[in-house]
Each structure stands twice: as C-alpha cells, then as structure tokens.
Design a protein around this ligand. Structure first.
Ligand code: F0G
Length: 455
C-alpha cells in the first residue's frame, strides 16, 4: 500500500487513519461510520503531488492506444487518481471498464429528450459494474498478503469477487441469500471457484454475519464498505466526463441498493472538479425499487432524519436491500449535486427493462430503474428536453434470464403488483411482451407465426 499518498477519512467524525489501520469491518473505531480514501497531496494547489489536468487528459487518451496490459483497463488507465497501491504491478485486471456509452434513440424520442445515453456497465468482464471496484480492492488484498477474501452479495459482487480472486490466486467466500439470487450470478461464483454459502436470510443478514466473521478470521472484506472498492467504482465518472470532452452531462441517473455506487460516482465527479478537470457536477439521481426504498423514505422526512431499515421486496433482486451501508455518503452526493432520490414500481421497472431490451441493449432489472425513474422526472418537468442525460446500466441482460422470460410469458408480476397499475401501464405491459411460440417444423407454420406477430 502506498500510505504516503493516501489516508482514510471517517465520513462520520472526520477521524483520519492510515490504510493498514482500518479495522477488518472498515467501520470507524470512534463512531462506527465508514471511511473514504483521501489523497492529502491533492489539496495543495501547485504542490508536487497535485495532478496536472491538461497532462492527465492527454495521458489517459494516449493510453487507449498503448500495448501495456494495465493501460487496457478502464480503471487503471486513470491510475494517477488511484494512487493507493505501492506497486501497480500488483494490480489484478480483467480489462474492466472502457464500457460503451450508447445513445438511446427510441427512448429519447418518446420522452422528448435530445441527448439521452446509457453507460452500460453490464459490458464489464463479469457482466456488471462491480468489476471496476473489484479490480481495485482485490489488488489491495493481494498487496497486503491476504489469502482469503469474502463478500455478502445479491449476486453481482460475488461474481466479480470470485473472478478477480481467482485471477489473483486468492480463495474467496461468498454469502448470499438463499433463493433470492439469480441462477446466472450464482453459477458465476461457482464457476470461478468461490466457497459459496446460501443462507436463510436476506442480503442485510448476510452482511451482518460476514461482519462478525471478518472480526474473527484473517479474511479481507470486499463489500462496498471497503473504501478501495469505491475508488475503482469512481472511474466510470472519468469515462463519462471524457466521453463528453470534459463537459459533464446535466444528469446522471443511478440505481440504488447498498448505495456504494452512487457514492463512488459522486466522489469521482467531485475529484474531477476539485482537480480542475471539469467545471461542474452533473445532478446525480438515485432510483430505488418502491419495495426497497429506505433512502427515499428517509429523505422524505427532511433534514436531520436517519435511515430506518425496511424489509425489502422487489423482483429486481440486485437491489433487494433494506439497510444500505453507504446511505450517508449517497445522501450527501444527492444533496451536493442537487439530484433527487425517487422510487419506481415493479410494473414500471418491468416496462423500462423491456424497452431497453427492445432498443437492442438489454440490462438486468435493477438497471432498468434508471429509465423508469427518468420517465418520472421528465413527467414532472424536472428534466428538460435540451438536458443531456446519462443512465447508468449496472448489469447485463443475461444476468437474470428468468426475470426476462417470466416477463414475456406474462408470469412475472403478481395480481397484487398488477392491481396497482393504471390501465395505460397494463396495456404497455401487454404490448411489450414477446413470448416464444412453439410452431411446427414447416415453412408455412413459421410464416404464420411471423404473420401473427404483425409482419
Ligand atoms: N445494480 C446492480 C445490477 C447491482 O448488482 C447492484 C448491487 C446495484 C445496482 C446497486 O448498487 O449497492 O452500489 O447501490 N448489487 C450488490 C451485490 C449489492 O451484492 O451484487 P449499490
């Protein structure tokens, strides 16, 4: 670890410690809050450790054409803003990051927005945004000599951790809620060789248990309470700013679960602004599922409220989280950037996911909350037609094929979930369904099926 260049600052009481002093659960010994990584050398304008914005922009672009393995990573390409490893040779990379920014032409037209894009983090090596954080934190685990790493997960963190641990030659332990994780994600953890434990509790229960375990055994905790995870996850902010030639979009819309990602992206944009690489921050909006919306409920109570955990329910299992760890950080990002925190129903998520699929992109259900949330903000005129909007899609569509198939078969939503929907929403749900049909193995039968689909 390069402890000369970085330190950890407690988000709650402001206490500062060196990296190796952090407790195994990454909670502050004084107040119990979480830490974030801080680089004291950046504070002094003109100081020797403060990066030069113009030089960085040039260097990061040049690296896209480099033959060096580390330069092929969309995380380590920005390593000047990640100076916490002693030796970048310890970085464990699967060439994560450098994900596509797709224009969403149909949604833009329907919503009357000129500039609408999806930053598809599902196009990472293990199919989710977690890879950008995992490359950073697994590299720290390796540098610090751990043999075991572990996480509690709704599925994606475990898939990413297991893959990066395997590349680093480390053993990994996964705790997941039994029956509440998609088969695709579970299969990844098994494939990459993790010790995978399914527990009869929810995500919050898994994380609570793991916190106890890491206090007793030398295991490196890789949930997003680990501040180095968030250092990696801040880099999509750099990619987005770079893609807009260092003019940030007006809005970034992000799904909210354990709230590490919104915190990380906010930190990324804040650092760009503090270092003079961008002139302003995008508004960062967090969207939760209505059945798993503790942050929405807290912010509705007004200033000074603290987060009350909820019992979470949503088909978007990735964000089925009732007691998010990074709520303070996320709340600050929303406030600092003048964003919003809103929730969307199961029917709205299902429609948005099908629409993103129909644009040829697809994503997992948790990612689709971003489009569902955008529709709400647009309907309230909180987002204007000339605003530039980026939706952060967090997971690949193949992560949860069961959800997609259930949707198209019409078996996804319960009667109760459909009952609350307006007639317009019900019609939309039906219009978007493209169920597979069984037909005879003859040309006429296939042609008849095409006719039936309106061809
Ligand atoms: N989208 C997807 C696809 C996710 O997997 C997650 C979180 C989120 C959004 C929410 O991000 O927690 O940083 O607010 N998945 C975690 C996991 C909890 O274990 O894979 P967050």
């Amino acid at each position: 670890m390069n402890d000369n260049l970085h330190q950890l600052r407690c988000f709650g009481c402001g206490a500062r410690i060196s990296g190796p002093e952090a407790r195994p659960d990454f909670r502050c010994a004084a107040c119990g809050d979480l830490f974030e990584v801080e680089y004291p050398g950046w504070a002094k304008r003109g100081g020797p450790d403060r990066p030069n914005p113009g030089a960085l922009k040039w260097l990061w672009r040049e690296r896209r054409m480099s033959a060096e393995t580390l330069d092929h990573s969309g995380v380590w390409r920005f390593r000047e803003l990640l100076p916490f490893l002693n030796n970048f040779g310890n970085a464990v990379t699967l060439r994560e990051g450098n994900t596509p920014l797709y224009p969403l032409l149909r949604a833009a037209k329907t919503l009357g927005i000129d500039q609408l894009y999806a930053k598809h983090q599902g196009m990472n090596p293990t199919g989710s945004f977690k890879d950008t954080g995992m490359t950073a934190a697994i590299s720290v685990a390796r540098e610090r000599g751990f043999e075991w790493v572990a996480c509690a997960s709704t599925g994606n963190t475990s898939a990413a951790m297991a893959a990066y641990a395997a590349r680093a030659g480390l053993r990994s332990l996964v705790l997941i809620p039994e029956g509440k994780t998609s088969w695709g994600k579970l299969s990844q953890a098994m494939d990459y060789g993790a010790v995978t434990c399914q527990l009869a509790t929810d995500f919050d229960g898994c994380l609570r248990l793991l916190t106890e375990i890491v206090r007793e055994a030398p295991i490196y905790l890789l949930n997003s309470v680990n501040p180095y995870r968030l250092e990696g996850q801040k880099t999509p902010a750099f990619e987005i700013a770079e893609a807009f030639d260092w003019n940030v979009p007006d809005h970034l819309i992000v799904p909210g679960g354990n709230l590490g990602n919104s915190s990380a992206l906010g930190k990324g944009f804040r650092e760009l602004k503090e270092l003079g690489l961008v002139a302003r921050l995008p508004r960062i909006t967090v969207v939760q599922a209505a059945g798993a919306n503790p942050l929405v409920q807290m912010l509705a109570k007004g200033p000074g409220a603290t987060l009350e955990p909820v019992e979470a329910h949503t088909h978007a299992t990735a964000i089925r989280i009732g007691n998010p760890a990074s709520w303070r950080k996320a709340a600050e990002v929303i406030e600092e950037t003048s964003g919003w925190c809103i929730d969307v129903t199961e029917a709205e998520i299902a429609i948005a996911k099908a629409e993103l699929g129909a644009e040829g992109l697809g994503c997992e259900p948790a990612s689709a909350v971003t489009l569902a949330g955008l529709k709400k903000l647009r309907a309230k005129s909180l987002i204007g037609s000339s605003d530039t909007v980026v939706l952060l899609l967090t997971g690949h569509t193949l992560k949860d094929a069961d959800y997609t198939i259930d949707f198209h078969r019409g078996t996804l939503l319960s009667e109760e979930e459909k009952a609350g929907a307006s007639e317009q929403v019900t019609l939309k749900l039906d219009a978007l369904r493209r169920n597979a049909v069984s037909v005879g193995a003859t040309p006429s039968a296939v042609l008849a099926a095409m006719k039936g689909a309106g061809v």
